[in-house]
Design a protein around this ligand. Sequence first.
Ligand code: KIV
Length: 276
Amino acid sequence: MYTQLQMRDSTRPPVSLATLDRMKASGEKIACLTCYDASFAVLVDEADTDVVLVGDSLGMVIQGHDTTVPVTMDDMVYHCRAVARGLQRPLLMADLPFASYPTRDVALANAVRLMQEGGAEMVKLESGPSQIDIVEFLASHDVAVCAHLGLKPQSVHKTGGFRVQGREADAAERMIASARALESAGADIVLLECIPTELGRRITDALTVPVIGIGAGPHTDGQILVLYDVLDVTTGRKPRFVLNCMEGAGSNLEAMRRYVRAVKDKSYPAPEHCFA
Ligand code: KIV
């Protein structure tokens, strides 16, 4: 009994929500990366990443689609299960993909799939006022939830592209109100994508739960990037928040360590990675 737990390296206890809360309270930045397979998961863990996201960005970086919209629940479960096999210390979060959370019951059934079949410890969903009751329902069924605000890639066909969000005063106020409502509904983490630095600071200060940013400025409690951007594998035009850690690094593991170090010592994100 408990063999798996006993085999864990006790010098590196697993990251839990309580760990992240403590990091927010102490001011230690939370370093997060995406990951899509077991081999990279072993390295991401060895690099001391705190949170690993099996993101639906896999639709773009693994499957070669232009957006995340074609990604299915089966795709997510497949990649999540592979990543889970490679991880010991980091908290494992997985995306609920496009149209997989239209109602509370469907959202719960799909969150359960990610947890029971995929090994995820937390699910992330692109959120706004329409998802508040879904977050509440998941939280009331003991599902750990990350609410994703700001640029929501699953909505690009509706919103008209990958753009910075929350620049206008009323949009910024609406986002702050949504973040507060999602926290009250039971979200355990909020993730902010592509918003102005000042809005990232305001939302982080307004919430008690940890806030992770991607292109949301230096004031969030943690940072996340797509692994393939850090490893300089992605081709084409890169968003300004991307940090290429391969330059001068001798290996993938060294590049991941550089990223974690840059988040922890707050040298990333620098002003050139941020939006006004
Ligand atoms: O799918 C993903 O990789 C994400 C990150 C960009 C935060 O949602």
